[in-house]
Write a protein that binds this ligand. Sequence first.
Ligand SMILES: NC(=O)c1ccc[n+]([C@@H]2O[C@H](COP(=O)([O-])OP(=O)(O)OC[C@H]3O[C@@H](n4cnc5c(N)ncnc54)[C@H](OP(=O)(O)O)[C@@H]3O)[C@@H](O)[C@H]2O)c1
Length: 246
Amino acid sequence: MFQILINSWIGIGVVTFFVLLFISAPYGRHLRSGWGPLLPKRLGWILMEAPALYVIWIFYFLYGGFNNIVLVIFLCLWSIHYTNRSLIWPLLIDKNGSMPLVVALLAFIFNVFNASFHGYWFLLMDNYYDVSWLLSSNFLIGLCIFLFGMIINIQSDKILLNISKEKKGYQIPRGGFYKWISSPNYFGEIIEWTGWAIMTWSFSGFVFALWTTFNLLPRALKHHTWYKEKFNDYPKERKAIIPKIL
Ligand SMILES: NC(=O)c1ccc[n+]([C@@H]2O[C@H](COP(=O)([O-])OP(=O)(O)OC[C@H]3O[C@@H](n4cnc5c(N)ncnc54)[C@H](OP(=O)(O)O)[C@@H]3O)[C@@H](O)[C@H]2O)c1
């Protein structure tokens, strides 16, 4: 059952990737009419991202994940990311603005499935993650990549938060990885979940890293085109999402 579900999940991810190359998800700067009822942006982010946090905790409570130190470390890292994404970051963004209910609903469904896949995988593979895992090259290399991605993601989001505090609308972001690319927050997010996949060496982790790329790569290309059209003085050497390449 798990295998069928997760394989279908990859298939849906591939389709989503091609759809998003042509149709940008209608939120943020790409918000447009015709996508049904709206809800406040801040509320939308909290509602749609929070399941990633509570669903995995429910799995741990139900199936005894707290008895395994490796799984507890995975849970802590996951919870740091999702506490920021579902609680801290939404409270810092500009509270004005809205997003279509359908976007929040799709992201909510995504997070329920993604957290369930992880919860199921970790507790199924409980014996596989004994304490020696913490000294494996997988864990150590993956953890470094994960933390590196998280730092880039948070630093880049912070640069955008500082711009939005000025209340002057969209500006050209500068500093950090913005020197090289238009969407370093997405770049950091992709690196982070790639590190996670390596660190956990889990099927659910690899599928999540793939999904993150399917979701954010097309959006980064759309952002880049949008920036170049909006700002005549947009830095020519800046790429969309991979420094010097794309
Ligand atoms: N794992 C995943 O699949 C996934 C999926 C989606 C998002 N995320 C993460 O969630 C975070 C937010 O995503 P997002 O799509 O909202 O990112 P975004 O388009 O870069 O926007 C982030 C925030 O900054 C504001 N902003 C963006 N560019 C700006 C500029 N040039 N000037 C002033 N303000 C600007 C946005 O306002 P507006 O909303 O008004 O544009 C929004 O509040 C990112 O860290 C992303 O990596 C992860």
